[in-house]
Design a protein around this ligand. Structure first.
Ligand code: 4NP
Length: 155
């Protein structure tokens, strides 16, 4: 397992934050993996992350300003070992694009942290600031759980 793709709707709020939070935690754990983010929608292709996501990420300690939105494409399903969707709508859209037998295992990102008790990372785009912080808190928890999984001796 060496590559992860994070997917949301616009690729300007949740998934760029996910990439940065996972990159930060994986680097701390000395487990660098190939990561990227993408969106299922095409409205923001080529745009930097939402300024609110940039500000909350910066306050948490990561810089997401250089990321640019792109749309998930067919090649992603064989380029990445795991594709993590932020919510059930993203998951359904991704599953509808996947070809049978593709490399990627596709799941909700919060499936990594079932004890958190919330299955979907809520879309913060139309909400207030608390939504952006919550995205970071949830993804930070999911990243910790993934690192624990990867640190388990292989069965
Ligand atoms: P994201 O948030 O999926 O976390 O990037 C959104 C950003 C933009 C839109 C929707 C969700 N939009 O409709 O433009």
């Amino acid at each position: 397992m060496n590559s992860l793709l994070f997917v949301c709707l616009g690729n300007i709020c949740r998934s760029p934050t996910a990439k940065a939070v996972f990159d930060y935690k994986l680097a701390q754990a000395e487990m660098p993996l190939l990561t990227d983010s993408a969106g299922t929608g095409d409205w923001h292709i080529g745009k930097p992350p939402d300024p609110r996501s940039q500000a909350f990420a910066r306050a948490w300690g990561v810089d997401i300003s250089a990321q640019r939105a792109r749309r998930i494409c067919a090649a992603d399903f064989d380029r990445f070992d795991r594709i993590y969707a932020m919510d059930r709508s993203n998951l359904a859209d991704i599953q509808a694009m996947a070809s049978p037998g593709c490399r990627a295992r596709i799941d909700l990102v919060m499936s990594l942290a079932p004890e958190y008790g919330i299955e979907e990372v809520p879309d913060p785009y139309y909400g207030g600031d608390t939504g952006f912080q919550r995205v970071i808190d949830m993804l930070s928890e999911a990243a910790d759980r993934l690192i624990e999984e990867l640190q388990q001796p292989r069965k």
